[in-house]
Design a binder for this molecule. Structure first.
Ligand SMILES: Cc1ncc(COP(=O)(O)O)c(C=O)c1O
Length: 390
């Protein structure tokens, strides 16, 4: 079957904007264009009302208070603000930070930069299933640890860390916990009223909202030094004119995520499990990351002895990483101790994938992987033939 458009299965990279989100945003790109900081007139007041409604919608998804939500440009900025902001706010007395080798680069590189500013960083290695041992985490904390940063859902392998248990350890030791939840919103329930978490990074574009807008949850009374100086917006935490249309989009996509969670997750899980069932018996195929402690939409597999570049996987859009190819190396797969020569494929489903698309993808991928394995087996047999020297 020839398709006009590849099936989109890269929803961990970004999601399409839900049409309902676009509809909610449009008025703020047209007549309601006022600056939310212009409180003196109706244009500004209308925009400010929309911004505050969106703040309530974002807070509601986390069960937070709206005063604990600050707008940013996305999870990269939120991670920078949380980690640098907390380190500098508390860094006179405490100079040590803890994170995990499988974190997003926006966390790891921020941590490495802080090392150049006089901080020490401990990077914990996860177990081979991608999860962190609580005892290892507890042992990494020191008396001068200011903050630990652990993501809720991994962007490559989809594993879910036990944030409640990690947060409990942090509380006992007087350490702040920052959580990158960019990949978690709309994928599992989040309740910061019961989770011992101090800072949480959020973004809209992984949850059917627009790119370029995010937020940082800052628990009340947690000190964070601002990283963007200027007009003192967001109560001094992050200056810059608020992009009303983007903010409205984030509020709406988080509102929709909350209402969809109960039905969307089981439907996507059933599709993902059907896809995995179609691939799991192929010789050389192996799942990366724990299967049970994993979000419903993620499948990440390694295929041993198979060189399958993305350029030949044209009818479905997925992410691929081979740990051995320069520039494409996955630090996550490497941290799990995965086979470096294997082809790695990340397939991530989303709200708009149909059953027919998943069945097509299953058949298509099975065909590609089987052909690739057959070719590499034939090449191996050929290399074993001893040619007589003439
Ligand atoms: C876990 C995680 N953190 C942070 C980011 C960066 O988010 P943003 O694109 O909103 O800056 C991403 C997106 O790739 C992510 O998956």
């Amino acid at each position: 079957m020839q398709r006009t458009q590849p099936v989109y299965l890269d929803n961990a990279a970004t999601t399409p904007v839900d049409p309902r989100v676009l509809e909610a945003m449009l008025p703020y790109l047209k007549g309601d264009f006022g600056n939310p900081a212009s409180g003196a007139h109706v244009y500004g007041q209308t925009a400010a009302r929309a911004v505050e409604q969106a703040r309530e919608q974002v807070a509601a998804l986390l069960n937070a208070d709206k005063t604990e939500i600050a707008w940013t440009s996305g999870a990269t900025e939120s991670n920078n603000l949380a980690i640098k902001g907390a380190a500098f706010a508390h860094g006179k007395r405490k100079k040590h930070l803890v994170t995990v080798a499988t974190e997003h680069k926006a966390v790891l590189d921020t941590m490495h930069w802080l090392e150049t500013q006089g901080f020490a960083v401990t990077v914990i290695e996860p177990e081979s299933n991608g999860l962190i041992l609580l005892s290892k985490f507890a042992a990494a904390l020191r008396n001068d640890t200011v903050l630990a940063s652990v993501m809720l859902v991994n962007n490559e392998i989809g594993v879910i860390q036990d944030i409640a248990a990690l947060g409990h350890i942090c509380r006992q030791r007087g350490v702040l916990l920052h959580v990158d939840a960019a990949q978690a919103t709309g994928k599992l329930p989040i309740d910061v009223a019961s989770l011992p978490v101090d800072l949480m990074s959020l973004t809209a574009h992984k949850t059917y909202g627009p790119k370029g807008i995010g937020a940082l949850y800052v628990r009340r009374n947690v000190a964070v030094e601002c990283q963007m100086h200027g007009g003192g917006h967001e109560r001094g935490l992050r200056s810059g004119t608020l992009p009303t249309h983007q903010i409205v989009g984030m509020g709406e996509c988080f509102r929709l995520a909350q209402t969809a969670l109960a039905t969307e997750v089981p439907r996507i899980r059933a599709q993902r499990d059907r896809l995995w069932a179609a691939l799991r018996d192929i010789d050389g195929v192996q799942l990366n990351g724990d299967f049970a402690a994993r979000v419903a939409h993620n499948l990440n597999i390694s295929v041993r002895r198979c060189d399958l570049p993305l350029s030949v996987v044209t009818d479905i859009s997925i992410s691929s990483a081979s740990a051995c190819i320069a520039g494409q190396a996955s630090h996550v797969i490497a941290a799990l101790g995965g086979e470096l020569s294997a082809t790695v494929m990340r397939v991530t489903l989303g709200r708009f994938n149909t059953d027919a698309e998943i069945d097509f993808a299953a058949q298509y991928l099975r065909g590609k992987i089987t052909a690739c394995r057959a070719q590499s087996n034939a090449m191996q047999r050929e290399s074993r033939v001893i040619h007589p020297v003439t």
